[in-house]
Design a protein around this ligand. Structure first.
Ligand SMILES: [Zn+2]
Ligand SMILES: [Zn+2]
Length: 331
């Protein structure tokens, strides 16, 4: 009898602890979201004029969910190689979910004959584990291409929030910034996720006779805010988007203890209100109304169902992101 009483008491205590922790998370989520909306309304970015252009733009997905062939490794992370007239940029460094050596990024680079020597710039979209080479590096405000941090001396590294790298000074650029001829960052756009606040920046490339191409990492910024910010800063028309826009509808790619992380904790308006098909459709209409000519969508945080929907809606303007499959925007 006494034993039963103890069990009831312990269960009640556990229930109260879980309840107060959840309530705390919900309150900080709501307060954080409200603060970000206020900041967003008050912020007026400086325009960027005449930042040059590039004749050529080719993008090679190095890490993502889908792959071009069985010799390449896919995972729920992101890395792109971006080539312009003057620069070769590594955009994010993958997940390395199993913390293996070589990492999927290193493995795919070798398969695709991409050497670190050929890369002059590293652009980090945001400090999430699936873009930084694993949580252990995010915890230390850094990132890693492999299981150990390789020497990146002499490369220009850009991040939107405080980031360090051994023997290299990381350029922290929260505001929209020109980083090369025809190459700029869109600046950090904040988002309150249930997981916590995140600042994400997209890369913007001005392609001669075409317009702006955006490369997006996770898409936490949301499409409406990316478009609004772009119109505040740039004069040029938007030609296309390459990257990942976070549509885990009906389900995302990552689960923990049966909870779909991308769907409930990293998108939408909190766990009780995940992102809906209607929201995605509205955002897609927004892109179409803008006259967007080209979209290549990655699948690391977007479902196959959502990808198929983009495909039917955009038709010829749609390209699927697959590791190892070059996206030639301007040859
Ligand atoms: Zn991501
Ligand atoms: Zn993310």
């Amino acid at each position: 009898m006494l034993h039963k009483k103890h069990v009831i008491r312990a269960s009640l205590l556990l229930f109260l602890i879980v309840l107060s922790l959840t309530s705390y998370r919900i309150v900080s989520f709501l307060q954080g979201s409200a603060a970000i909306e206020q900041e967003w309304k008050a912020y007026k970015p400086d325009p960027i004029v005449n930042f040059g252009s590039t004749k050529h733009l080719s993008i090679l997905p190095l890490v993502n969910w889908h792959t071009d062939n069985g010799a390449l490794k896919g995972e729920a992370g992101v890395s792109y190689l971006i080539k312009t007239d003057n620069n070769t940029i590594l955009f994010d460094v993958g997940f390395n979910k199993n913390q293996e050596s070589p990492s999927p990024l290193e493995h795919n680079m070798k398969q695709l004959a991409v050497t670190l020597d050929s890369i002059d710039t590293i652009f980090m979209s945001h400090a999430h584990l699936d873009h930084s080479g694993g949580q252990q590096w995010v915890n230390k405000n850094t990132f890693s291409i492999g299981l150990e941090q390789t020497d990146l001396a002499g490369k220009d590294i850009y991040a939107a929030t405080h980031t360090t790298y051994p023997n290299n000074k990381v350029n922290v650029i929260p505001e929209a910034t020109v980083i090369g001829p025809g190459i700029a960052s869109l600046g950090a756009i904040s988002r309150q996720l249930f997981l916590g606040r995140i600042e994400e920046q997209a890369l913007v490339i001005n392609v001669e006779n075409k317009g702006l191409v955006f490369i997006v990492g996770c898409g936490h910024q949301t499409v409406p805010k990316i478009l609004t910010r772009a119109q505040q800063i740039f004069n040029e028309d938007i030609y296309g988007i390459v990257g990942d826009l976070h549509y885990p509808i009906p389900e995302g790619r990552l689960s923990l203890l049966g909870i779909n992380l991308q769907k409930y904790l990293a998108s939408g308006e909190g766990p009780h209100n995940p992102i809906s098909f209607e929201t995605m459709d509205n955002e897609l209409n927004m892109l179409q109304e803008l006259g967007l000519r080209f979209i290549a969508l990655g699948g690391h945080d977007t479902s196959d169902e959502a990808i198929e929907y983009f495909n039917t809606k955009f038709g010829d303007g749609y390209r699927h992101v697959k590791v190892g499959d070059w996206i030639e925007i301007a040859k």
